[in-house]
Design a protein around this ligand. Structure first.
Ligand code: NAD
Ligand code: DAU
Length: 355
């Protein structure tokens, strides 16, 4: 079996769902259930014995040690993190605690477990750490996309905390020989994306008749990847990645934010036109910029393609259409997240050990 951390969040939940749709290898899912963790993302696994949910903190070394001893996973995949840049600007403390201190405790527990494995089990074990392109900092308009050897220059408390965790993971490989893999991925989008992030926020605000807040001039560039393509890249790296290596993951989809917002608006105009016949783009509102806002990210994913044959399955056009349709079809999920009702549901759900 595998141990996934942060598997009730956006990418982690997509990963667990895809994993169990493709194989029967069980998943132990350790998640603290912060505001971003939502067991409703995993409702379809209710009663599925292949999924064992445990509420807990990656920084709780004794809990992690107990889970490792009890379940003896062949791999640990670390998604758990505080992930929202704006929140890190308002309050960096939780980011330092989970992304740096939490990763350190996780590494210590995994090192002790791996140290006790023998022979083939020890050779086969992997720790895959899920990280971000934001650790590389910001690109100028004509700069080449980030490769794995690009200098690490994080600019926000979030990206600095992720960079620190990447360094710890690297150090545990070089110092202790821990069999690690790190992936640095660009901006994801897709089902179960918490509506504090750009794309889901634009969809839910548009439908609610609220302003669509675009920071600054809206010309900041992000490189977008459909979440299920990120999940397939992680599976590929887990299977065939070289130990101690970093693999950049991206879809070659650089777009300015304003273009993303206009695309979402155009899809909503087509799929759910406003009652008054006006375009959703009329709700766009330019607001104060994010402090220290990175201007451009772009990922060079050629290493992953050349070494492991990975390519994204979705184009931006197909992925964004699927995403908008998912939000239109899951008004209950949005309503529960916004009202906080999912927290009550979590209380009920957490009474049983498996989701
Ligand atoms: P998310 O905020 O949606 O989910 C994070 C999950 O981690 C939540 O379920 C939360 O409850 C859990 N968690 C937080 N602190 C924890 C702790 N101390 N112990 C256990 N669980 C904890 O984040 P996401 O967007 O799904 O991102 C997942 C990972 O992928 C993160 O490491 C993030 O840095 C990385 N990443 C995200 C993106 C993106 O575009 N969203 C892109 C590249 C990399
Ligand atoms: O690049 C990978 C990163 O992508 C991940 O590591 C992070 O976890 C993830 O949150 C994401 O970070 P961003 O800051 O790029 O994502 P966000 O959705 O917050 O913002 C995307 C862009 O849109 C960014 O340039 C800021 C802008 N924005 C965002 C919001 C929420 C707006 O203009 N208006 C908004 O209301």
């Amino acid at each position: 079996m595998i141990l996934v951390t942060g598997g009730a969040g956006f990418i982690g939940a997509n990963f667990v769902l895809d994993w169990l749709a493709q194989c029967d290898e069980p998943v132990v899912n350790l998640d603290k259930l912060t505001y971003a963790g939502n067991l409703e993302n995993l409702t379809s696994l209710q009663g599925d014995a292949r999924h064992v949910f445990v509420q807990g903190d990656i920084g709780d070394a004794s809990l992690v040690a107990q889970l490792l001893t009890q379940h003896r996973p062949r791999a640990v995949i670390n998604f758990a993190a505080e992930s929202h840049v704006d929140r890190s600007i308002h309050g960096p403390g939780d980011f330092i605690q989970t992304n740096i201190v939490g990763t350190f405790h996780l590494l210590e527990a995994v090192r002790a477990y791996w140290g006790g494995l023998q022979g083939a089990q020890k050779d086969a074990f992997r720790l895959l750490h899920v990280s971000t392109d934001e650790v590389y900092g910001s690109l100028g308009p004509g700069d080449a996309a980030f490769t794995e050897t690009h200098r690490v220059e994080p600019n926000s408390p979030y990206s600095a905390s992720k960079a620190a965790s990447d360094h710890l993971v690297r150090a545990y490989h070089h110092t202790y020989g821990l069999p690690v893999l790190t992936t640095n991925c660009s901006n994801n989008y897709g089902p179960f994306h918490f509506p504090e992030k750009l794309i889901p926020l634009m969809i839910v605000n548009a439908l609610a008749g609220k302003p669509l807040p675009v920071y600054g001039d809206g010309m900041q560039i992000r490189d977008w990847l459909y979440v299920k393509d990120h999940c397939s890249a992680i599976r590929r790296v887990l299977e065939g990645g070289r130990l101690g290596e970093i693999y950049n993951v991206g879809g070659w989809n650089e777009k300015p934010n304003i273009e993303i917002v206009n695309t979402v608006c155009a899809l909503l105009d087509e799929l759910r036109p406003r009652a008054d016949g006006q375009p959703y783009a009329s709700q766009i509102s330019y607001v104060k910029d994010r402090p220290g806002h990175d201007r451009r990210y772009a990922i060079d994913a050629r290493k992953l393609e050349a070494e492991l044959g990975w390519k994204p399955a979705e184009t931006f056009e197909s992925g964004i259409r699927k995403t908008v349709m998912w939000y239109l079809d899951h008004a209950d999920w949005v309503e529960h997240v916004q009202s906080g009702a999912y927290r009550e549901w979590v209380g009920l759900q957490y009474a049983s050990p498996s989701a």
